[in-house]
Write a protein that binds this ligand. Structure first.
Ligand SMILES: NC(=O)c1ccc[n+]([C@@H]2O[C@H](COP(=O)([O-])OP(=O)(O)OC[C@H]3O[C@@H](n4cnc5c(N)ncnc54)[C@H](OP(=O)(O)O)[C@@H]3O)[C@@H](O)[C@H]2O)c1
Length: 254
């Protein structure tokens, strides 16, 4: 995810490659980043020292170590942005040991293509920096400001949501292959169709069912397929999947 953010930032021209310092313990990732023209910092501490805005993108069980390491560099004028799932702003503040502005953001992997939906919450100190951080993530897709208590729900709907939508695409493709298309053509037709459906909702603001009504003629082909999907539990399985992911976050705290 850290790499995807770098790629999106470079594409957006929001930050010059020369102003980005990347740190990771995996040599292969650093090599790839080097190829994109950004600076490779000698350590997390070194990256934090050079940056005004620090984005931490590690698994939840690594965040404490990373913040411990960069703690000496976290002065008041720095902004800390965490994309780490399941670690609250208060907890981050305690680990950071400084009263610095802390944003929690929850993007999804489409951030590399500047098509993320990123949910953002801030602590009491973030107000003066909101415009900058919101603009940054606006360049990487669309943003929504949410109360922090909704961050787990945002993780499911947006970050896991990418996978749910891709699974729909895969399933529809498989159906498409069975009725006559080659895999490549089925993939293109399905993906572009999903993009069209998405645009219908985003650009009109219509409820999906309003757009569905337009393509379901009485006794028609579409309603027959849709009803069969519902008999097999399509909507119900999606809702239950969302709830299962949410419960899993609740249980594991991640
Ligand atoms: N994937 C998503 O769609 C998504 C969406 C939103 C938010 N998130 C959150 O984003 C965070 C990162 O997810 P990810 O999937 O990108 O994880 P990831 O693939 O594990 O990437 C984290 C990178 O940081 C490295 N790292 C770990 N500890 C380090 C340390 N002390 N110093 C330097 N580098 C260190 C890891 O190396 P090692 O592999 O050696 O540990 C790894 O290369 C997670 O907290 C996740 O919950 C993910």
């Amino acid at each position: 995810m850290g790499g995807a953010i770098v790629v999106g930032l470079l594409k957006s021209n929001f930050v010059a490659a020369a102003d980005i310092f990347v740190s990771d313990r995996k040599e292969s990732i650093l090599e790839e980043m080097k190829g994109r023209g950004v600076n490779i910092a000698g350590s997390n501490k070194d990256a934090a020292e050079k940056a005004d805005v620090i984005i931490v993108a590690v698994k939840p069980y690594h965040i404490e170590n990373v913040l411990q390491e960069i703690k000496p560099e976290l002065a008041n004028e720095k902004i800390l942005i965490s994309i780490v799932a399941g670690v609250g702003i208060d907890e981050l503040g305690t680990m950071a040991g400084e009263k610095i502005p802390i944003f929690r953001v929850m993007p999804n992997t489409a951030i590399a293509l500047q098509e993320s939906l990123t949910c953002i919450s801030g602590n009491g100190n973030t107000e003066p920096h909101k415009d900058y951080v919101f603009e940054m993530f606006n360049k990487l897709g669309k943003i929504v400001e949410i109360p922090e208590e909704l961050m787990a729900a945002a993780t499911v709907l947006s970050s896991c949501g990418i996978a749910y939508a891709l699974r729909y695409i895969r399933a529809a493709m498989q159906g498409g292959i069975e009725i006559g298309f080659g895999a490549e053509m089925a993939q293109f037709i399905t993906a572009q169709t999903v993009k069209g459906a998405t645009e219908l909702v985003l650009q009109t603001g219509h409820h999906p069912e309003r757009e569905i009504d337009k393509v379901t003629t009485p006794r028609g082909v579409t309603i027959t397929g849709l009803n069969e999907m519902e008999h097999k539990g399509f909507s119900s399985s999606l809702i239950q999947g969302v709830l299962a992911s949410y419960k899993k976050i609740d249980k594991s705290g991640k």
